[in-house]
Design a protein around this ligand. Structure first.
Ligand code: NOJ
Ligand code: CA
Length: 546
C-alpha cells in the first residue's frame, strides 16, 4: 500500500477499542464493533489508526500492563477478529498502528512470574533487581507522583526477596533492555504483528526504554541502539513500517531519536502540544514561533506527529512555572481538572468552553503545523470528559454515536459498561453525538471532515519547512510552506477580537481559498486578510498566468 513515506501526509486517529463500539452487548467495545465502524472512519477521511493496547491484561493501567504480547484481550475479541479488522481496514486504504509496550510488562506476565520465583530462571534477568534500594537512586523518580504504587521506583518483592525497578506503577516491572534475550523477544513480538498486517508501532515510553535502569550501570553505552534495532526489525518485515515514539524528552535530546533516518520515523510532539496550548491560553502567536525555534531539525524521512490531546493528561510540564500557571488558570480552573502537577485531565472541547470558533481554530492550527496530525476518537464531535472518574480515566469515556441509550456505544445496562458514557450536561451524548452531526456540514464533524480533506490537498505541510510571516498583530500566527513551486499560506487569529493583517508574499500571487471564509484582498502580492475572532484561513498562492 503506497509509498514508504506514506506517514508524512497521513491523518492519525487514536482509538481505545474497548471504548469505541460494543458489538455484542456486554458493555465492552470490541474488534467486531470497530470493524463495523470502519465506514465511518473512512468517510471521516483518517487513514491511519493507532490502537491503544488491546492485549490480555489485568487492566490496571488501561492495558499498558501487558500479560501476553501475542494475543487479544478476550473481552475485545480473538486474533481472528483482529485479522478480519486489519483486512477490512486495508480494503479501505486505512492503515493500523499498534502500541508496543515493552519498557515494562504486567506483574502477571509469565516472564515476571518465573523471574520472581526462581533466581536461576533465564527470566530473572529480563527485569531489573536490587538487593536493597540503591543509593543514589539512578532514576529521576516516578512518572505518576501521588498515585498508589506510583510514588516510588523500587518495590520489594517477597517471593524474590529483592527489589525490582519500575518507572511507572509497581505492577509494571521494567524490562532490562540491555539483555539480548529481551531484545530478541521484542523482535519476535514486532514480527508477529507485522505479519498480521499492521503498518507499525507506537513505541510506548521510548524515552524511558533507553534510560539507565540498573544500579551502578548508569546507561547502556549507546542507548539509542535499542531504538535503532527496533527499526531494523520492523523494516526487515515490512519496508513501509513506521515507528512512532512516545519520546517525551528535552527538546535538545529529540533530534537523536530520529538518528540518521535509521531510528524513529515519527516522534509524538509533546513540546508543540505544550506550546500550542500556551498560545491558545494566552491568545498570542509568540509561543508557537518560540516552539518552532526550539524544535530540532528533522532529518529526511523523520516526521513530527502533532496532537493537542491524547488519552493521558495534557502535559504542560515542559513550560516554565509562570506559563504553566497561565494554562492551568485558563484551561483547568478547578484543582480537580489537574493531575500530577503538570497536566490537565480534560478533553479539547470543554477546555475551550465548548466554543465552536475556538475549537475549530485549535483543530485548524494543529493541522497546519509541520508534521502529521493526530487526534483521539470523539474530539471530532467535541466530546467532553467525566471528572467523576479517577485520574486519566476522565478522558476515556465511550464514543458517543447517537442519542440512543449509552450513546449507541452498547446495548448493555449502563451499570455494566466498561466506563460510564457522558450522559449529562453540555457534552452529554444526547447533545454531542455522531448521528446528529453526520449530515450537517455546519457541525464540528462536518468541519473536521473538510479540514482533513483540505490537509490532504496540502502535502507541503507534511514535507516542507514552515516560514513564519510577519503580521504585526500579536494574536495572529501566519506561516507559509513552499515546495515544488507551490505555496500555501495559513493564517490564524488566536484572539477574541477581529484582526485585519497584511501579508507580504514577496511576489505577485493570487490567493485561492482552501479553507475558512475570512475575506482576503489582493494588491499585487500583498494580501489583506480580515479575520473574525478565533478564525483561520488556508490559502494557496497561485501564480498569475500571462
Ligand atoms: C504512556 C501511556 O500513554 C500511558 O497511558 C501509560 O500509563 C504509560 N505509558 C505506561 O505504559
Ligand atoms: Ca463487546
Amino acid at each position: 500500500m503506497g509509498s514508504e513515506r506514506w506517514y508524512e501526509n497521513a491523518v492519525i486517529y487514536a482509538i481505545d477499542v474497548k471504548a469505541f463500539q460494543d458489538s455484542n452487548g456486554d458493555g465492552i467495545g470490541d474488534f467486531r464493533g470497530l470493524t463495523d465502524r470502519l465506514d465511518y472512519l473512512d468517510a471521516l477521511g483518517v487513514d491511519c489508526l493507532w490502537l491503544l493496547p488491546f492485549y490480555p491484561t489485568p487492566g490496571r493501567d488501561n492495558g499498558y500492563d501487558v500479560r501476553d504480547y501475542y494475543g487479544v484481550d478476550p473481552r475485545l475479541g480473538t486474533l481472528g477478529d483482529f485479522a478480519d479488522f486489519v483486512r477490512a481496514a486495508e480494503e479501505r486504504g486505512i492503515r493500523v498502528v499498534v502500541d508496543l509496550v515493552v519498557n515494562h510488562t504486567s506483574k502477571e506476565h509469565p516472564w515476571f512470574r518465573a523471574a520472581r520465583e526462581d533466581p536461576d530462571s533465564p527470566y530473572r534477568d529480563y527485569y531489573v533487581w536490587s538487593e536493597e534500594v540503591p543509593d543514589p537512586d539512578p532514576s529521576k523518580g516516578s512518572v505518576f507522583p501521588g498515585e498508589a504504587g506510583g510514588d516510588r521506583v523500587w518495590t520489594y518483592d517477597e517471593v524474590a526477596d529483592a527489589y525490582y525497578f519500575h518507572r511507572f506503577y509497581d505492577f509494571q516491572p521494567d524490562l532490562d533492555l540491555t539483555n539480548p534475550a529481551v531484545r530478541e523477544e521484542i523482535r519476535k513480538i514486532m514480527g508477529f504483528w507485522l505479519q498480521l498486517g499492521v503498518s507499525g508501532f507506537r513505541i510506548d515510553a521510548a524515552t524511558l526504554m533507553i534510560q539507565g535502569k540498573r544500579p551502578g550501570v548508569a546507561v547502556p553505552d549507546d542507548p539509542h541502539q535499542i531504538l535503532r534495532d527496533l527499526r531494523a526489525h520492523a523494516v526487515s518485515y515490512r519496508e513501509d513500517a513506521v515507528l512512532i515514539a512516545e519520546a517525551d524528552d528535552e527538546p535538545s535530546e529529540l533530534a537523536e531519536y530520529f538518528g540518521d533516518g535509521d531510528e524513529m520515523d515519527l516522534l509524538l510532539n509533546f513540546v508543540l502540544d505544550a506550546y500550542l496550548t500556551l498560545a491558545l491560553a494566552e491568545e498570542r502567536a509568540a509561543p508557537i514561533e518560540e516552539c518552532l525555534d526550539l524544535l530540532p531539525e528533522v532529518p529526511p524521512g523523520g516526521q513530527w506527529a502533532n496532537f493537542l490531546r491524547n488519552y493521558d493528561e495534557l502535559n504542560v510540564g515542559r513550560l516554565d512555572e509562570a506559563d504553566r500557571r497561565t494554562v492551568f488558570e485558563r484551561f483547568a480552573p478547578d484543582e480537580d481538572m489537574r493531575i500530577y502537577g503538570r497536566g490537565i485531565r480534560r478533553r479539547l472541547a470543554p477546555i475551550l468552553e465548548g466554543d465552536r470558533d475556538r475549537i475549530e481554530l485549535a483543530f485548524s492550527l494543529l493541522f497546519s503545523m509541520p508534521g502529521t496530525p493526530l487526534f483521539v476518537y470523539g474530539d471530532e464531535i467535541g466530546m467532553g470528559e467525566d471528572l467523576s472518574l479517577p485520574g486519566r480515566e476522565a478522558v476515556r469515556t465511550p464514543m458517543q454515536w447517537s442519542d440512543a441509550p449509552n450513546g449507541g456505544f452498547s446495548t448493555a445496562a449502563p451499570s455494566s459498561l466498561i466506563r460510564p458514557v457522558v450522559d449529562e450536561g453540555e457534552f452529554g451524548y444526547e447533545r454531542v453525538n455522531v448521528a446528529d452531526q453526520w449530515d450537517d456540514p455546519e457541525s464540528l464533524l462536518g468541519f473536521v471532515r473538510r479540514l482533513i480533506g483540505t490537509r490532504k490537498t496540502c502535502p507541503e505541510v507534511g514535507t516542507a519547512d514552515p516560514i513564519v510571516l510577519e503580521t504585526g498583530a500579536e494574536s495572529v500566527f501566519a506561516h507559509r510552506y513552499d515546495a515544488d513551486g507551490e505555496t500555501v499560506v495559513l493564517v490564524h487569529n488566536l484572539g477574541s477580537e477581529p484582526r485585519s493583517v497584511r501579508i507580504e508574499l514577496g511576489e505577485e500571487r493570487s490567493p485561492v481559498g482552501l479553507l475558512g471564509d475570512a475575506a482576503v484582498e489582493d494588491r499585487g502580492g500583498t494580501w489583506t486578510v480580515d479575520l473574525p475572532r478565533y478564525d483561520y484561513r488556508w490559502l494557496r498562492a497561485a501564480r498569475r498566468s500571462g
